[in-house]
Design a protein around this ligand. Structure first.
Ligand code: 5GP
Ligand code: MN
Length: 323
């Protein structure tokens, strides 16, 4: 039996199902959790979706997102099955992590750095988005798509492919997206909600990032300190997508953005353009991701120290020509 068939058989057999996404959720993660939860409810399952992290408000207009529960709301729920989505390692699920070792767990993910921590692991890096894997699974499960579910599901495919621009954009992604559009998904609504919904304060924060930018050969990096967020009346989510804009620079191969929020908690976002595998650097630093988009985090750290360490490590890899 292949992994999809095994997953289908578990879903059919079991009634109480918890669907979990990752901390610092992105569009793909939120789309995947909301879409699969709506779908399994359609099958009559006693099913809850949860993410142990704040979900940015602008995602709440997508069907199913408002029903994603917090960790606290589910402490009394005893699932027979946990499905973990878009998470490359168990620490990505936040406080749900200890539950994984004593519950039947299915992992559905497209990250090359996945540690295969489930009882069943459907990990396939050829998918542009976990939301696309959810769509593939839903077709086997015979889920009916209305315009709302189709839009929620398409949102993850759009965001994880940079709106069909990144190197993971292929024929199958367009085909799956086209099927969802046929079911009533609204690409224009997704694009305007995600891309054209910025507060003026975010634009000012963006200027701060551009002002801090340092360009050294094919590497560009910048930072936003906790003070920068406070001065611009912003929170961490407000800088989502900023790092990709630095990659737009001519002749740049690697872009890195260091964000400190709150004080002494630093997230590092890596992006590359043509050949450099940023997930290798992120993995060495305790994080993970994809070859062209990866990240890692540091706690109780000084922004300047993290920047020095990460920039120097990245340069070693870049100068060594390591792919
Ligand atoms: P971002 O830079 O947008 O935060 O993340 C880019 C990619 O790297 C995403 O696919 C995300 O899941 C992954 N990623 C970001 N931070 C971490 C981390 O701390 N650990 C792991 N394993 N993956 C990360
Ligand atoms: Mn993803």
């Amino acid at each position: 039996m292949n992994e999809i068939a095994k997953i289908v058989s578990q879903i059919i057999d079991l009634q109480d199902i918890l669907i979990v996404g990752h901390i610092m959720p992105d569009g793909d993660d939120i789309s995947s959790v909301a879409s699969l939860t709506l779908s399994l409810k359609q099958l009559g399952k006693n099913c809850f979706g949860s993410i142990d992290y704040k979900i940015p408000d602008y995602y709440k207009v997508f069907a199913g997102v408002n029903e994603i529960r917090s960790y606290e709301e589910l402490t009394d729920f005893t699932p027979q099955l946990i499905i973990v989505l878009d998470s490359s390692s168990p620490d990505r699920v936040g406080r749900f992590e200890p539950m994984l070792s004593n519950h039947r767990t299915i992992v559905i993910d497209h990250h090359a750095t996945n540690t295969l921590f489930g009882d069943i692991n459907w990990v396939d890096t050829s998918y542009a988005a976990t939301a696309q894997m959810v769509y593939t699974l839903n077709k086997v499960l015979g889920i009916t798509y209305d315009s709302e579910l189709a839009t929620t599901n398409l949102m993850g495919m759009a965001t994880d492919s940079g709106f069909f621009r990144f190197s993971n954009t292929d024929e199958r992604l367009f085909k799956d997206a086209a099927e969802l559009v046929r079911f009533g998904a609204k690409p224009y609504f997704i694009a305007t909600t995600i891309l054209e919904n910025k507060r003026p304060e975010q634009m000012k924060l963006y200027c701060t990032m551009i002002n801090h930018m340092i360009l050294e050969d094919s590497l560009v990096y910048s930072w936003l300190s906790y003070e920068d967020y406070l001065e611009n009346n912003c929170v961490e989510d407000d800088s989502t997508g900023f790092v990709s804009e630095m990659r737009a620079l001519k002749d740049v191969e690697v872009a890195i953005l260091f964000t400190e929020f709150p004080k002494n908690e630093i997230h590092v976002s890596f992006r590359s353009k043509n050949w450099f595998d940023v997930s290798r650097v992120a993995s060495i630093l305790g994080g993970g991701g994809h070859s062209r988009a990866a990240g890692c985090s540091f706690k109780d750290a000084e922004l300047e120290d993290v920047m020095k360490e990460v920039v120097s490590l990245t340069k070693d890899f870049l100068q060594g020509g390591v792919k």
